[in-house]
Design a protein around this ligand. Structure first.
Ligand code: ATP
Length: 288
C-alpha cells in the first residue's frame, strides 16, 4: 500500500498537484485528461521530484518508509518516452543498464538479465539491435531494464501509448502476469486499458483527485445518467451540443442510435447500464 497524503506541487506559480491524497494498492490506474497532472504525480511517487507539501508512506512487504531516497530505490519507473541504446543489442543494453544500476558482479548480472528476459518474453530477441525492435518489444525491454533490480513497486506512464492493438493486448497481459507479486501504478487516458488491468482507479483532473475506487464503483458514478436515443442524422450536431455523446451506431437509413450522458432524461430516451467510461466522464463533467 502506498499512502499519498495531501501532496501539493507548484510549477512557476501554477498548482500542478493540489492536496492529492490516494491509497494505492494492487494494479492502480491513474486516469485523467491531458495535462491533469498524472506524469507529475508519477514522478513524485518515483522520488524524482520534490513536493511543496504532503508526504508519501510506502508500506509494502519489503519496503516500509517515508524517506524518499529509500522509496526511490525500491521503485521501478518507466517514463512515457524513454531512451535506450539504439545501436546495442538487447542483451548488451541490459548489461550496460545493470552496470549503471550497480550490479557489479558479472555472474549475478548474467542471472538477472536471463531472468528479466524470460519475464518479459524477449529471450529470442536478445541478440537483436534495439533500433530494430517493434514498439511493443521496446516497451517490454523498458520493463526488463526496470526489473533488473527487482523492485516491489512499478510505475509506468502511459504503458500502451504508441502500440498497435495486438501489441497493446500482449503488453496488458504481460503487466497482469507481472503484477502478481508487485504493486503496479499506471497512468492512462485510455479507459479500456485501465478497465482491463486495474483493481483500483484514481480520477485526476487539473491537479485534483475527483474520485477513487474500483472500476465498478467508478462506473456506478454514472448510474441514472446513461441513455440511448434514436435520432435522424440531421440532428447529430444538435445532439453533440446537448449531451456528452459516447457512441453512435447506424440503425437504418438516416437513423442513428446514440449513447449519451445526460443528468436529465432526454425525450424518448431508454436508460442504459453504466460502464467505466460513462462513470469516468460523469466524474470529469463534475456530476459526482
Ligand atoms: N517541469 C515543468 N515545468 C512547468 N510546468 C510543468 C512541468 N511539468 C509539468 N508541467 C505542467 O503541469 C501540468 C500537468 O502536466 P502533466 O504532464 O503532469 O500532466 P499529464 O496528466 O501527465 O498529461 P498528459 O496526459 O498530456 O501526459 C501541465 O499544465 C504541464 O504543463
Amino acid at each position: 500500500m502506498i499512502n499519498v497524503q495531501n501532496i501539493t506541487k507548484t510549477y512557476k506559480g501554477k498548482k500542478t498537484l493540489q492536496k492529492v491524497s490516494l491509497e494505492i494498492e494492487g494494479i492502480y490506474g491513474l486516469l485523467g485528461p491531458n495535462g491533469a497532472g498524472k506524469t507529475t504525480l508519477m514522478r513524485v511517487l518515483a522520488g524524482l521530484i520534490s513536493v511543496d507539501e504532503g508526504k508519501i508512506i510506502v508500506e509494502n512487504d519489503d519496503l516500509h518508509s517515508t524517506d524518499l531516497k529509500t522509496i526511490r530505490n525500491g521503485i521501478g519507473y518507466l517514463p512515457q518516452d524513454f531512451d535506450l541504446y539504439p545501436k546495442a543489442t538487447v542483451y548488451d543494453c541490459l548489461n550496460h543498464i545493470a552496470l549503471l544500476k550497480g550490479i557489479a558482479d558479472s555472474q549475478l548480472r548474467k542471472e538477472r538479465i536471463t531472468t528479466v528476459l524470460e519475464q518479459v518474453n524477449l529471450v529470442d530477441a536478445k541478440k537483436q539491435k534495439v533500433s530494430k525492435l517493434s514498439g511493443g518489444m521496446r516497451k517490454r525491454l523498458g520493463i526488463a531494464q526496470v526489473f533488473l533490480t527487482n523492485p516491489s513497486i512499478l510505475i509506468i506512464d502511459e504503458p500502451t501509448s504508441g502500440l498497435d492493438i495486438l501489441e497493446r493486448i500482449r503488453f496488458r497481459n504481460l503487466l497482469r502476469e507481472l503484477s502478481k507479486d508487485k504493486t503496479i501504478i499506471i497512468s492512462s487516458h485510455i479507459v479500456e486499458d485501465v478497465e482491463f488491468l486495474c483493481t483500483k482507479l484514481g480520477i485526476i483532473k487539473e491537479g485534483s483527485v475527483l474520485a477513487e475506487g474500483t472500476p465498478e464503483e467508478i462506473a456506478k458514478s454514472s448510474d441514472g445518467f446513461v441513455w440511448s436515443i434514436q435520432i435522424h442524422e440531421n440532428e447529430l450536431s444538435e445532439t453533440f451540443k446537448l449531451y456528452t455523446v459516447i457512441d453512435i451506431q447506424q440503425r437504418g437509413f438516416n437513423i442513428l442510435d446514440v449513447r449519451v450522458l445526460s443528468k436529465n432524461k432526454p425525450s424518448n430516451a431508454t436508460p442504459l447500464n453504466a460502464t467505466l467510461i460513462d462513470g469516468y466522464l460523469s466524474i470529469i463533467n463534475g456530476w459526482r
